[in-house]
Design a protein around this ligand. Structure first.
Ligand SMILES: [Zn+2]
Length: 404
């Protein structure tokens, strides 16, 4: 109520100011650009959002289209309804929160909107985020969704191609031509991961249209994932238990990979997603990343010159690293990132060669569940970290191309 009263008061004051400005006959006094408080109608916007929420719930694209401010807005809202149906979304809510202060045109403004959604059968809990929605006609219609510096869920960004089989779902924005390839790789990834670590098999892969789309979907800084083919991440950025975790492809990198390398990437990410690696914050990254590559490379017939070529070059030039890879070495923008991943993979290979694959899996599972890495290493491999490091360094020195 107070906001509406304030709005009317502001309009009155503006009228007085214009009249006062008109006293000087020689100069035209341009009206100041409208402020949010003059054009925003939160009650109308809330009604519009409720209508959109109902259209999504009912799977009624025509009802959603009526809420679009123009052709682009109608297309977007129609796509949103189609996406929600194709993804099998439940728990979709859209709630008006406040004005952002940004206006557009004479009667448009941006409102901050709280959104929840959940992919039925995949996500244990709803994802939730807040994003700007551009309202027009004082709030009666929607001109756009999303804005700078805000996470934009893929299903709210535009038309998606959704492919699914068994417990695997792939959502592709932009060119849908490769959607069946992504689905095939994702299914194979789940099978490979589950052959080593049993458990639930559901996997969701989201494929934004381009790097900008990936940046908006994950709300990252520009270029953060420019060199990364794929990332496993919380859908809404939340660290809370049960928050949906999906795999996101950077298609400008992923699409250039050959078939084998693309499968290695997909399986690596599937291991992260299926073993809740994101929640295992106390687990050292050499174990999290090395184990994912261990599973991904397990059934791949590639020579060490390919799977460990970068770390071999680094060892030949600088000698073996003094410690196991440190968490900071895995920063997506770090240099020699490829060599760090290869080094982590070889730590896990060293453990499996020493104590067996079962021991490596048990060690991983124990640490993932909150166990101390040193305890798990001693229990399952009979090693201290110093002993593991020494064995790993020996493994590195024996790589092809290192000696001589
Ligand atoms: Zn990884």
């Amino acid at each position: 109520m107070s906001r509406r009263a304030g709005r009317q008061l502001a309009v009155v004051l503006l009228a007085v100011a214009l009249v006062a400005g008109g006293c000087s006959k020689d100069e035209y006094v341009a009206p100041p650009p409208p402020t949010t408080s003059e054009v925003a109608d939160p009650a109308t916007a809330a009604d519009t959002l409720a209508s959109l929420q109902a259209a999504i719930h009912d799977g009624d694209p025509a009802a959603a289209a009526e809420l679009g401010a123009d052709a682009a807005g109608r297309d977007l809202l129609t796509a949103v309804v189609a996406n929600a149906a194709a993804l099998g979304l439940s728990d979709v809510t859209l709630r008006y929160v406040t004005e952002t202060g940004r206006t557009g045109g004479a009667d448009g403004w941006d409102g901050e909107v709280a959104v929840t959604w959940r992919i039925e059968g995949h996500d244990a809990a709803a994802a939730r985020t807040e994003l700007p929605v551009s309202f027009a006609s004082h709030g009666a219609t929607i001109a756009g969704i999303g804005g700078d510096g805000a996470r934009l869920p893929l299903w709210l960004s535009g038309p998606l191609r959704v492919e699914r089989a068994d417990d695997v779902l792939v959502a592709v924005a932009g060119d849908p031509a490769r959607a069946p390839d992504y689905l095939a790789a994702a299914r194979r990834a789940v099978a490979q991961a589950r052959a080593v670590v049993p458990g639930r098999s559901g996997l969701v892969v989201e494929v934004p249209a381009d790097p900008d789309g990936l940046q908006r979907t994950l709300d990252t800084s520009p270029g953060q994932y420019a060199a990364i083919a794929a990332v496993t991440a919380s859908v809404d950025g939340s660290q809370a238990a049960g928050s949906p975790v999906h795999v996101f492809l950077n298609r400008t990198v992923y699409d250039d990979l050959d078939r084998v390398a693309a499968q290695v990437v997909m399986t690596h990410e599937a291991v992260h997603a299926l073993t809740d690696a994101i929640a295992a914050r106390q687990a050292p990254l050499w174990l999290v990343e090395g184990f994912a590559d261990y599973v991904a490379l397990r059934d791949v017939d590639l020579p060490l010159t390919r799977t460990a070529g970068q770390i071999a070059t680094e060892v030949r030039q600088d000698g073996v690293p003094k410690t196991l890879p440190q968490d900071g070495d895995f920063d997506p923008s770090a240099s020699h990132l490829g060599g760090v991943y290869e080094a982590a993979w070889l730590v896990c290979v060293t453990i499996a060669e020493h104590a067996g694959e079962r021991a490596l899996v048990d060690l991983y599972e124990q640490v993932r569940a909150g166990g101390e890495p040193a305890d798990a290493l001693r229990e399952h491999a009979g090693w201290t970290e110093a002993e593991l490091t020494a064995a790993w360094q020996q493994r590195l020195r024996a790589l092809p191309g290192v000696a001589g």
